[in-house]
Design a binder for this molecule. Structure first.
Ligand SMILES: Cc1cc2nc3c(=O)[nH]c(=O)nc-3n(C[C@H](O)[C@H](O)[C@H](O)COP(=O)(O)OP(=O)(O)OC[C@H]3O[C@@H](n4cnc5c(N)ncnc54)[C@H](O)[C@@H]3O)c2cc1C
Length: 289
């Protein structure tokens, strides 16, 4: 591991000052950054440990929006009754991450900034059109998560900026949301493919709103607008699998890597979308009763 300067701010103002040091990077839970530093794949002149910045660790209902501090851990998201009610897909995604030690250290902000195409919380945030609040000494800006993700490990984060919080609007009416992940084993596995699906049914039982996100099938986690379009207005029935198959072929072009073949990913994506849709529809019907 290369030498680096270590900073531990307590307030957000101190965090902004620390991150204005050229090349400084955040050390949040360290579950991505520390293994990479140990392998010699990552070196920086200064690491800014955010474990003391309590003001960025919260899950809040702010009326029209749910706001999550970027330092919220996966375990805190998994244990949140508010999120269970407002975004059950995010709760399932957070529960699926690594082991308990990883979930207790790893943060939502770290999962986002790391920008892995296989990151598990990202599909569940994308289906709620999540927006990020980025801050720095220069000021602040908001950016949709979808625009923030530029490629594997690449984001729109500028030098000196950090993710302060993530916000999204709750769904209303008869809606449901589910997350499903396929890994090489049932626990402690990076996703071979993952999906989050949110659906809203109208009073005739037809799909009036649908949002689908997929991970591990493209350079970033993606919203699948062609598949959404193909399903909008339809009745949720088993025959929709055909529509999903057709639209999936047009929408995704996964690669073969050490975890899976492209062919398997294609098939897996269709199956998990269908299963997540079934689960989301069930919840929507339950809410509509
Ligand atoms: C054993 C193990 C199992 C894992 N399993 C999974 C899994 O199943 N699914 C999954 O998705 N991931 C998994 N991961 C990856 C990792 O746990 C997650 O990506 C986690 O959310 C990273 O968060 P962190 O706080 O540990 O990030 P860190 O390692 O502290 O940081 C990661 C990157 O994000 C930057 N960063 C962190 N916070 C901010 C912020 N607020 N603003 C700007 N930049 C920031 C850092 O500078 C760094 O570049 C696993 C990791 C391990 C070690």
């Amino acid at each position: 591991m290369q030498e680096f300067n270590y900073h531990r701010p307590i307030t957000i103002t101190e965090l902004k000052e620390c991150l204005s040091i050229p090349g400084a990077r955040i050390l949040a839970g360290g579950t991505d950054i520390v293994p990479r530093m140990r392998q010699g794949k990552f070196s920086v002149p200064a690491l800014v440990d955010t474990s003391g910045v309590k003001a960025m660790r919260f899950i809040e209902d702010q009326g029209s929006e749910i706001v999550l501090g970027a330092l919220t851990t996966h375990q805190e998201a998994a244990d949140s009754p508010l999120l269970q009610n407002i975004n059950p897909a995010l709760v399932t995604a957070a529960e699926s991450i690594g082991c308990q030690q990883t979930r207790c250290r790893g943060t939502l902000g770290g999962n986002i900034a790391n920008a892995s195409p296989a990151a598990d919380t990202l599909p569940a945030l994308l289906i709620f059109d999540a927006t990020l609040l980025l801050q720095s000494l220069e000021g602040e800006r908001r950016i949709p998560l979808e625009e923030f993700l530029l490629g594997p490990g690449q984001t729109d984060l500028l030098e000196g900026e950090f993710i302060h919080s993530i916000s999204f609007k709750p769904m209303i009416g008869s809606w449901g949301a589910a997350f499903i992940k396929i890994g090489k084993r049932s626990g402690m596995a990076i996703s071979v493919a993952n999906t989050a699906v949110a659906v809203e049914l109208n009073d005739k039982g037809k799909i009036s709103d649908i949002r689908i996100a997929l991970g591990s099938v493209a350079p970033t986690v993606i919203r699948c607008r062609k598949i959404e379009q193909a399903l909008l207005g339809k009745e949720p029935e088993p025959a929709l699998m055909k529509e999903i198959h057709k639209a999936c072929q047009e929408e995704i072009s996964p690669i073969t890597d050490i975890r899976s073949s492209a062919e398997y990913r294609n098939h897996a994506a269709e199956v998990i979308i269908h299963r997540a849709l079934e689960s989301a529809v069930e919840q929507a019907k339950e809410r509509g009763r």
